[in-house]
Design a binder for this molecule. Sequence first.
Ligand SMILES: C[S@@+](CC[C@H](N)C(=O)[O-])C[C@H]1O[C@@H](n2cnc3c(N)ncnc32)[C@H](O)[C@@H]1O
Length: 248
Amino acid sequence: MASLVQHLLARANRAHSVRSYNALVARFRRQYRGDYDMAMIASIGALSPIEFAQQGDGHVAVLRHHGLQDGMSVYDLGCGSGRTAMALQRSGWQGHYKGADIVKPLVNYLKSKCPGYDAVVHRKLTIAAPDESLDMVFHWSVFTHLYPEECFLYMEDTFRALKPGGRLVFSFLELEDAKHHGVFDSRIGRFRKHGWSDTLDVFLHRDWIAYWGQRIGFEDISFTDGTDGTHHPEFWQALAAMTKPGSS
Ligand SMILES: C[S@@+](CC[C@H](N)C(=O)[O-])C[C@H]1O[C@@H](n2cnc3c(N)ncnc32)[C@H](O)[C@@H]1O
């Protein structure tokens, strides 16, 4: 009996982001009943269709800065409702796109807007791609909702799936940036009032990310402040980038 309870607790915990994100998307679908586009836009944190498109264009500018070229195979972890996919499509980029997310309605929405793009529901902490098959793996505001250990496992499997010379680029929250304090403050408010929060918002440290990256085998690990608009529009979240050694 004890081991069954332990097993069920472990399963429930393992699925924390699946439960919380499915509940969040269901809430927005109720809130925007009759406006499915807005439900899908709000589900990934954008406030309007214009913001959704502008942010997507910013994502593409970040990818271009980090080496995105036509003909590449890219993987969008936690692709949501297709903010980046639609922007890639708008930009005229030609290549192989694969998105993965844990929420089926988000994946279906992306596929309806980007018919030539591949997207799957994938709920393991792995990259749904063969060894050394990807030129770039990217994710925006995904590690913000995962435990550090889950982030590490995703990074480890990203290394496996990247081609030699392939790049990993992702965004994260850090308390060193005063602009991220509002997220923490609202969590404190929720914990003070209710004793818990229905979603996880995680703040990472650059030295943890660098340590994980080095331990896994990545090189050329770099960071960009969320307020840095030198090479692309300011991202708001901080960015990490790293390379799998070798050349493709
Ligand atoms: C803030 S949204 C960002 C969506 C998308 N990356 C974008 O920028 O438009 C976070 C996304 O991460 C997904 N997600 C949450 N937990 C995840 C997990 N364990 N594995 C993969 N994706 C996850 C959510 O379903 C959601 O689509």
